[in-house]
Design a protein around this ligand. Structure first.
Ligand code: MG
Length: 243
């Protein structure tokens, strides 16, 4: 079985966040028998939107490895986790409330701007997200995204409080002690109970590196380098290298 983990921002999605351009690639991967798993800093609500647009029905990984989300009944064996709304959540990250409390404390001194202290209009301005998607991005369960800051030095303070700070393709992500790779390993462990698994991953940012470290075949879109990853110019090139 072949499992492929895909990042969203600047991997499957361009600057307009439209699901349209990536649809043919995803269709091809699914029809070739790949299990397609979104693995992104985006929230459960945002990923539900894209999964629906692309007709994906399998597991996915939200908020930079904070939770593996598995539709109930997807695996033919019992999976341990929190059951909610037809899904099982394997929670690896930190509660959003705690992360927000820590950021709220540091925000005045460092001039931090993040979802939790922004209005819907602010979020649209920082991210370029259309109104519907900005609303979905604000429904956070396990992580924050720092859009802007006036002074450096806050990253160390967040690490001192047990949080993980990672550079995504656009902004700085703040999560509990987890990453996209750790979450992928958890999910691959479940897939391997079904048979031999060959794993793939595609990303574009530093926060994808832990994911590229743990798969059999790693790919990076763009110019960033990773010791195990093959560079491709765009997601459209992916089919040429994996099929
Ligand atoms: Mg990205």
């Amino acid at each position: 079985m072949r499992v492929i983990f895909l990042d969203l921002d600047r991997t499957l999605l361009g600057d307009d966040y439209s699901p349209k351009p990536a649809r043919p690639v995803l269709k091809s991967l699914v029809s070739e028998g790949f299990e397609v798993v979104l693995n992104s800093s985006k929230t459960f609500a945002e990923q539900e939107y894209y999964r629906k647009a692309w007709g994906l029905e399998g597991p996915f990984i939200v908020e930079n490895g904070s939770a593996v989300v598995i539709p109930e009944g997807y695996f033919p064996f019992d999976v341990q986790g929190v059951r909610r709304g037809g899904y099982i959540f394997i929670e690896l990250g930190e509660r959003y409330d705690r992360i927000k409390r820590i950021l709220d404390h540091l925000a005045p001194e460092y001039g931090l701007r993040y979802y939790g202290n922004c209005t819907l209009d602010d979020v649209m301005a920082f991210t370029g997200l259309p109104e519907n998607l900005a609303g979905l991005a604000m429904k956070r369960d396990y992580s924050e995204t720092i859009f802007a800051w006036e002074r450096p030095g806050f990253e160390e303070l967040l690490s001192d409080r047990g949080l993980r700070v990672s550079r995504g393709s656009r902004f700085i992500g703040v999560t509990g002690s987890t990453d996209k790779g750790r979450a992928a390993v958890e999910l691959l462990r479940l897939y391997s109970r079904l048979g031999r698994v060959e794993s793939y991953a595609v990303g574009d940012g530093k926060n994808d590196f832990p994911l590229l470290d743990v798969v059999d075949h790693a790919f990076l879109v763009g110019a960033l380098r990773h010791r195990r990853a093959k560079n491709i110019s765009s997601i459209d090139e992916l089919l040429e290298v994996v099929l």
